[in-house]
Every structure is written in structure tokens, then in C-alpha cells.
Design a protein around this ligand. Structure first.
Ligand SMILES: CC(C)(COP(=O)(O)OP(=O)(O)OC[C@H]1O[C@@H](n2cnc3c(N)ncnc32)[C@H](O)[C@@H]1OP(=O)(O)O)[C@@H](O)C(=O)NCCC(=O)NCCS
Length: 165
């Protein structure tokens, strides 16, 4: 009855992923703001990143919407890439959009001959850690006192790596 579910709830159609471009810069900045990070990204900063030839940005969309409900952005260097940020809009978290997004993004990086992907995640960010481990990322180190917190303390960063090739 999948067709019926989609007919009754067009927004619950399977997630669509697509490469983002500079027209999405404002939406990426707004999503990033909802990610709970200490430092926000300005729309102009997002536009510059997205326009950078060494940066790969994917978005996830519901139904026929043109507004991404999440994004992931990576910077490539030789055969390595670093995931700079991944965010899903709070109202849609836990619905599998993060998985859909990261699956599409890793496939694109693999197609671009990226062999290793790195990232950092704050210790205790369980949804993010689970998402990364689901795709096979493994912990390769810890940086204590890395993330500044609003209460003045600093949180540990877990460095993770995934071999694509
Ligand atoms: C991390 C984030 C992108 C995940 O996106 P999402 O769409 O909610 O993720 P999914 O629904 O695809 O679920 C991915 C995994 O997280 C788990 N998960 C989702 N929400 C969870 C929650 N509240 N608590 C624990 N695990 C959770 C899912 O069970 C799934 O794990 P599994 O693969 O072992 O089954 C999203 O939570 C987010 O935007 N967080 C804020 C920004 C952030 O912290 N980004 C990461 C910076 S390193």
C-alpha cells in the first residue's frame, strides 16, 4: 500500500537527494543554525563553500519540495575528504533522512575517487555517532577540550575515518 501512503501524504514520499548549488546557500545557513553548533555559518560563507570546486554538497528533499530538509558538505583534497557538517531539520530527525543523505554523499565521493573520509563528532552526540558507525566509520582518535560549549566548558571531539577504497 505504499502508493496509497504517498497519495494521502505526498510529503512522506521517499527522500530525494540532489547536489546543492549556491541558490541553496541561505537554506544551508538556516539548517546549519539548527544544528546546534557553537559557530553559525553566514549565507555568504555557505555560498562561497558551495561554489568551491573542492567542496561537495548534497541535500535531501521531501516530496516535490525545493527546500532541502537536510544537507551534508565535504571538502576534498587529493583522494581524501573531510565531512564539514551534516544537519537534518529538527522536525524530521529520526526519519532516516540522515542515512539517505549520507548514503548518496558517500556514493558521490566514491565516484569522485575519494579513498578515505574523515570527520569529527562531539562525544555524546549519539544520533550522529550511530549514523556514522552505520556506514562503517571507525574512531581513530580523540581531541579533548575541542568543542567550546555555551556553558564555558569544552567537549571532546571523536575523530572518525571511513575507507571507501
Ligand atoms: C545527526 C543527524 C544529521 C542524523 O540525522 P537523522 O535524519 O536524524 O538520522 P537518521 O534518522 O537517518 O538515523 C541515523 C541513525 O541515528 C539514530 N538516531 C536518530 N535519532 C536518534 C536519537 N534521537 N537518539 C539516538 N539515536 C538516534 C538512528 O537510530 C540511526 O541509527 P542506526 O543507523 O544505528 O539505526 C541529525 O540528528 C542532526 O541534524 N543532528 C544535529 C546536527 C549534528 O549533530 N550533526 C552532526 C555533527 S558531527
Amino acid at each position: 500500500m505504499d502508493w496509497l501512503r504517498r497519495l494521502l501524504h505526498p510529503d512522506s514520499a521517499p527522500a530525494r537527494t540532489a547536489r546543492l548549488d549556491v541558490v541553496h546557500a541561505r537554506q544551508v545557513a538556516a539548517l546549519h543554525h539548527q544544528g546546534g553548533f557553537a559557530r553559525g555559518w553566514e549565507p555568504a560563507e555557505c555560498a562561497a563553500l558551495i561554489a568551491d570546486a573542492g567542496v561537495v554538497t548534497d541535500g535531501v528533499f521531501s516530496g516535490r519540495s525545493r527546500n532541502p530538509e537536510g544537507f551534508v558538505i565535504s571538502r576534498k583534497a587529493a583522494d581524501e575528504a573531510e565531512i564539514l557538517s551534516i544537519v537534518v531539520v529538527p522536525a524530521r530527525r529520526g526519519d532516516g533522512l540522515g542515512r539517505a543523505l549520507l548514503a548518496a554523499h558517500l556514493a558521490r565521493l566514491a565516484g569522485d575517487r575519494v579513498a578515505q573520509v574523515f570527520l569529527e563528532v562531539e562525544e555524546g552526540n549519539e544520533p550522529a555517532e550511530r549514523l556514522y558507525r552505520h556506514f562503517g566509520f571507525r574512531e581513530v582518535g580523540r581531541r579533548r577540550g575541542y568543542y567550546p560549549k555555551p556553558d564555558g566548558t569544552r567537549a571532546t571531539a571523536i575523530a572518525m575515518r571511513l575507507d571507501l577504497a
